[in-house]
Design a protein around this ligand. Sequence first.
Ligand SMILES: Nc1ncnc2c1ncn2[C@@H]1O[C@H](COP(=O)(O)OP(=O)(O)OP(=O)(O)O)[C@@H](O)[C@H]1O
Ligand SMILES: [Mg+2]
Length: 231
Amino acid sequence: MLRLDQVTAGYDGVPVVGPITLDVTAGGVTVLLGANGAGKTTTLDAAAGLIPVMSGSIEFDGRPVTRLSAPRRARAGMCYALEGHRIFPEMTVQENLRLAASGQRRASRAVWDECFELFPILAERGEQRAGLLSGGEQQMLALGRALLGDPKVLILDEPSLGLAPKIIDQVYGAIRRLTGSGRTILLSEQNVGHALEIATSVNILERGSLAFTGPPDRLRDDDRLKAAYLG
Ligand SMILES: Nc1ncnc2c1ncn2[C@@H]1O[C@H](COP(=O)(O)OP(=O)(O)OP(=O)(O)O)[C@@H](O)[C@H]1O
Ligand SMILES: [Mg+2]
């Protein structure tokens, strides 16, 4: 579905990630784990086209997208929910959703239904200013907005960041339901426990390089990684 092949990316000519090869399988949940500064956001930004790759190539949905702009990748079906749930706080929940749904890939009735089924709170609070939602509700709004792009792959950067444990459970419950309905997900996390519960494939970034790639069970076979990531 989405493949990064020997990709390096960085800033001001200095690579901070790579070369890494990352495969996102259709219908699966590909998890990118790593500590602060490991290069998770850089990797996702490169995948979504927010920063250029320095070398390597990216293929999405059967075609090369390495040189495609972020909006064109979005049009092709890549939806990216940035770290720290970006929403428009002065606009109402409805307005936030309508804006997301009016993009290049216009949301169908079915996608609106899917959105409100997953996040009933967004229907209930439709008229409320988005900035007044709780942190968890804002994260749901961010997920709802990404979903309304009807993504072939949904890219989420640390969806649990800054949220209380109970709210993280809710957000992950929603992500789990998204995968249940067949959506393909690539997500980064420092919150290992929640991510591993839904992962079909795990990639661990350490200082810009992949230290592990495989199914979550195999992580338990490696004593060093087990100690570092499973506690
Ligand atoms: N805009 C930027 N300009 C220069 N260096 C940057 C920029 N953004 C990130 N970096 C550097 O690149 C490295 C990787 O950062 P990145 O944000 O990808 O890590 P991360 O895994 O997402 O971390 P976190 O968990 O804190 O979000 C870090 O050393 C960081 O300082
Ligand atoms: Mg980050």
